[in-house]
Design a protein. Structure first.
Lengths: 270, 275
């Protein structure tokens, strides 16, 4: 018997976790859906129901809603995943389930980083699709814009994901939810109570110290110097290296945080 | 089945709960683990199940190190904790989610045990009383057919008929390849059930002996007057309940409660008898 990983045990564990976690997860998703619909409803009600003229500004709430609420949703899910291990009666039953620590850890990653992110994206996409399609069916979706040389039409009632489709740094956007959820997943196993608050405070303190060090180091290194532009710089090439550097750093940090989470899970005592 | 060698364990580095504890437990026995509050009964059981880690020493459970929490070992351990949590689902959903982890799980036996314990199978686990939940978890644990059964205060919360049912069921599940360890404060619940007594006191094993060995070496009887042959006594209505050295190979019934108090009070007198 392979004591580290078995597909059979892993699928059993997924089923079992869904039984434990699924109901709360679905309720949370329903709340998320309700909140997103409420925001869209408030913003577009007068336009859709009372035929008030459409303004592009009506849909400006989408970006902050997506970022702030998306962050809250995935971090709350990640922060609650291993939270029960802080309670002795639940921890004993869970740790005694005949599955390896690696399988239990992998299930956590799947539920928190993958499933929560995908489900939030799907819910946001579907809500946006419904409301924006309705608006597009009611109003002209294009408006003329004068450029220097010509006049052309732009789509003024655009779907959220077509408007905000990142042209560059895509890999960083893909990795961000993994990085964010990895931190809160670690918090859920590291702390025994008040996981979310404690993780958030720890991150703020850590980020503050980190920023202070970077700023001070930058000041010490570059004080009294000025930047010189050598010219002939290929911006696309620079962007590629910046993307690669940020992606690699995030990937490394995510891997480190996951490793710490795995060790904490392995060494969890009741 | 279980080998413990020089186990040192404590919740803080300064104060050890077990100092150089060594012990071997074999299959085919029901061990009764006794001790005062805080003596370390639950901690010893948790060490066996890999729920806590020792500072030093080795532990071998069926050829595995429990601290590694390997599925092959976990499949063979049925751990019934004193405090437990069951999800808000019905019994069949609980079984569906958990039984598949145990390759030898016996569904028919589980159903029979539920019937014997008189559990309402259609009710959600969360709506059951503590005693009913305990019976469900005991039934589930025994149906896993695990080789090592560890029970921490299993009779807590059980009513009087259920305790009798529990004793009957436990006596019937003992097989040659199974080892059962029961920790309890309620020593009367273990009457006629355990075959070996393990008593913990002051960071070590104060006594580990089979019921047969104890009744061969000690005699439990009521006496009217105390003399120098009495190792320990407690006043009763018609004299004293006493523990004496069994010089004349008298037959007597083990009084676990009396033995427990005797071990705590007269450790120095009892040690040479069992060593």
């Amino acid at each position: 018997m392979n004591n580290t990983f078995s597909i059979h045990r892993f699928s059993l564990l997924l089923k079992r976790q869904w039984l434990e976690f699924g109901k709360i997860y679905l309720i949370t998703l329903a709340v998320v859906l309700g909140v997103i619909i409420t925001f869209y409803g408030f913003a577009t009600w007068s336009t859709i129901a009372e035929n008030y003229p459409f303004s592009e500004r009506l849909l400006h709430f989408r970006e902050p809603l997506f970022l702030i609420f998306g962050f809250l949703f995935i971090t709350v899910i990640a922060s609650s995943y291993f939270a029960h291990l802080g309670q002795k009666p639940k921890a004993i039953i869970d740790l005694m389930i005949p599955a390896s620590t690696f399988e239990k850890f992998l299930t956590g990653i799947l539920f928190t980083a993958v499933l929560s992110t995908i489900s939030f994206l799907v819910i946001f996409y579907l809500t946006d699709l419904a409301f924006v399609s309705k608006l597009r069916s009611m109003y002209h979706s294009t408006s003329p814009v004068s450029a220097e040389e010509s006049t052309h039409a732009v789509d003024s009632i655009r779907y959220f994901f077509s408007k905000n489709n990142p042209g560059e740094f895509k890999s960083i956007f893909v990795l961000t939810p993994f990085f964010v959820t990895s931190l809160f997943l670690l918090g859920s196993i590291y702390f025994n109570r008040f996981h979310y608050i404690k993780t958030a405070i720890s991150l703020m303190i850590f980020s503050g110290i980190w920023t202070f060090i970077i700023v001070k180091a930058g000041q010490a290194l570059f004080e009294g110097r000025i930047s010189v532009n050598h010219g002939n710089g290929n911006m696309d090439d620079r962007k590629f290296w910046v993307e690669l550097a940020v992606f690699s750093l995030m990937l490394l940090l995510t891997a480190i945080v996951w490793s710490i989470t795995y060790v904490r899970l392995k060494e969890k005592e009741v | 089945m279980i080998k413990i060698n020089n186990l040192n364990f404590g919740y803080s580095k300064g104060k050890l709960l077990f100092k150089n504890m060594s012990m071997q437990l074999s299959a085919g026995h029901i061990y009764g683990l006794l001790g005062k509050n805080g003596a370390g009964k639950s901690s010893l059981l948790k060490n066996l199940a890999g729920l806590v880690y020792a500072q030093s020493g080795t532990m071998d459970v069926m050829g595995y190190d429990p601290a590694k929490r390997q599925p092959a070992l976990l499949q063979q351990i049925c751990f019934i904790p004193e405090e437990f949590y069951l999800p808000s689902v019905k019994i069949d959903a609980f079984v569906k989610a958990n039984a598949a982890f145990y390759p030898d799980f016996d569904h028919a036996y589980f159903t029979a045990l539920l019937a014997e314990f008189d559990i309402p199978v259609t009710q959600k686990l969360i709506n059951m009383s503590y005693g009913q939940k305990k019976k469900v978890i005991i039934a589930f644990g025994l149906a896993t057919q695990a080789k090592l059964v560890i029970m921490d205060e299993p009779t807590n919360g059980l009513d009087i008929p259920s305790k009798a049912q529990f004793r009957k069921i436990m006596a019937s599940v003992l097989t040659e390849d199974r080892c059962i360890i029961i920790s309890t404060h309620q020593v009367r619940d273990l009457d006629n059930l355990i075959d070996t007594v393990i008593m913990l006191d002051e960071s070590s094993i104060a006594l580990k002996a089979s019921v047969e060995e104890i009744t061969n070496k000690l005699c439990f009887k009521r006496v009217k007057e105390l003399d120098e042959t009495v190792i320990y006594s407690e006043p009763s209505l018609a004299g004293f309940n006493a523990v004496l050295q069994n010089y004349h190979q008298e037959d007597s019934k083990l009084d676990i409660e009396l033995l427990f108090n005797a071990v705590l009070a007269e450790k120095n007198k009892l040690k040479p008898i069992f060593n």
